[in-house]
Design a protein around this ligand. Sequence first.
Ligand SMILES: CCCCC/C=C/C(=O)SCCNC(=O)CCNC(=O)[C@H](O)C(C)(C)COP(=O)(O)OP(=O)(O)OC[C@H]1O[C@@H](n2cnc3c(N)ncnc32)[C@H](O)[C@@H]1OP(=O)(O)O
Ligand SMILES: NC(=O)C1=CN([C@@H]2O[C@H](COP(=O)(O)OP(=O)(O)OC[C@H]3O[C@@H](n4cnc5c(N)ncnc54)[C@H](OP(=O)(O)O)[C@@H]3O)[C@@H](O)[C@H]2O)C=CC1
Length: 290
Amino acid sequence: MRLDIDALNAPEALWAADTVYRADLFRDRVALVSGAGSGIGRAVALLFARLGARLVICGRTLEKLDAVADFVRAKGGEVLAVPTNVREPDQVENLFAQAHAHYGRIDCVVNNAGGQFPQHAIDFTPKGWSAVIHNNLTGTWLMMQRAARYWRDQGAASASMLRSICNIVVVTERGMPGVAHTVAARAGIIGASRTVAVEWAPLGIRVNCVAPGLTATEGLRVYPPAAQKEFPLANPMKRPGTPMEIAEAVVYLSAPSGSFITGEVLTVDGGGRLWGELWTAGRPEYYQFS
Ligand SMILES: CCCCC/C=C/C(=O)SCCNC(=O)CCNC(=O)[C@H](O)C(C)(C)COP(=O)(O)OP(=O)(O)OC[C@H]1O[C@@H](n2cnc3c(N)ncnc32)[C@H](O)[C@@H]1OP(=O)(O)O
Ligand SMILES: NC(=O)C1=CN([C@@H]2O[C@H](COP(=O)(O)OP(=O)(O)OC[C@H]3O[C@@H](n4cnc5c(N)ncnc54)[C@H](OP(=O)(O)O)[C@@H]3O)[C@@H](O)[C@H]2O)C=CC1
């Protein structure tokens, strides 16, 4: 399979890509995107910026954030970049404090930061399991809860406020061999999202998830060549999704187009939930065809 990862993720290409949304959709809004220095998070941040949003972006690596921020500013957009490890409560606190001090408001939060390593579950060490659970379950949870407290402290919501949380997860229905730790973490986020969609509705907050299937980002390079070779078998379309396709789904849920949607998981996987095989750590002999 030829994955044109660099071309699909180039900021200029993302900025020029077709979008179904109107250019002022997020004018005067503030969108906070985690893990925005690369891949899906960067595509989401750039789409928000193209649609008029002022950005808060975070991730652990300042250089990656600066590159995105410089690009957006060169296009006339406004960005606050705050290096943050979402696993650390104090850093999450600092992120929201800086965002409020800078803009005085936050409208949408996209919890995209995350990742894992491929390994057969029987070989997980306690430390490896914990690292993935902390990154993807605890980190996303800390961001969700901080956002809800922020909006609660802002007072009653008005009809014009978005107050949207969108969590990037994985498709969990059939599990995913080779990444059981991340499937466990993301299933936890889906369950928590459905629960707080109810608890936080009185605060005017909507909570949804986007579950991408195989998506062509830099992140795929951590997978072994044997797994990468089989990635076209991941869905009936026999291709990876693009970061722009995921970004359009995130915007759909975050914008007024999603105003009657909460507690939902929007799967964007080319039908991979219905047909396909994704052996992230390679196909075991037992499952070979011959
Ligand atoms: C095609 C498949 C689709 C599946 C759907 C999802 C796709 C994607 O998400 S695409 C990619 C997204 N991006 C990434 O996954 C980024 C790369 N991953 C990581 O950064 C790490 O995996 C991390 C999430 C665990 C990073 O956390 P961190 O705390 O920084 O972890 P450490 O590097 O310190 O490692 C802690 C601990 O974890 C075990 N471990 C880490 N890497 C591996 C590995 N490659 N193989 C086996 N075990 C690993 C290990 O126990 C580490 O401890 P030490 O042994 O003491 O280093
Ligand atoms: N690509 C795919 O096929 C799929 C991806 N996903 C999920 O989508 C999200 C984005 O992945 P993708 O763009 O592909 O891969 P990337 O690896 O490019 O993106 C992950 C981003 O998250 C940041 N990040 C990771 N851990 C933390 C942390 N603790 N605190 C703050 N930032 C963090 C990373 O930056 P830094 O290291 O600088 O902190 C990086 O920018 C992830 O949650 C991923 O698991 C889900 C399904 C499929």
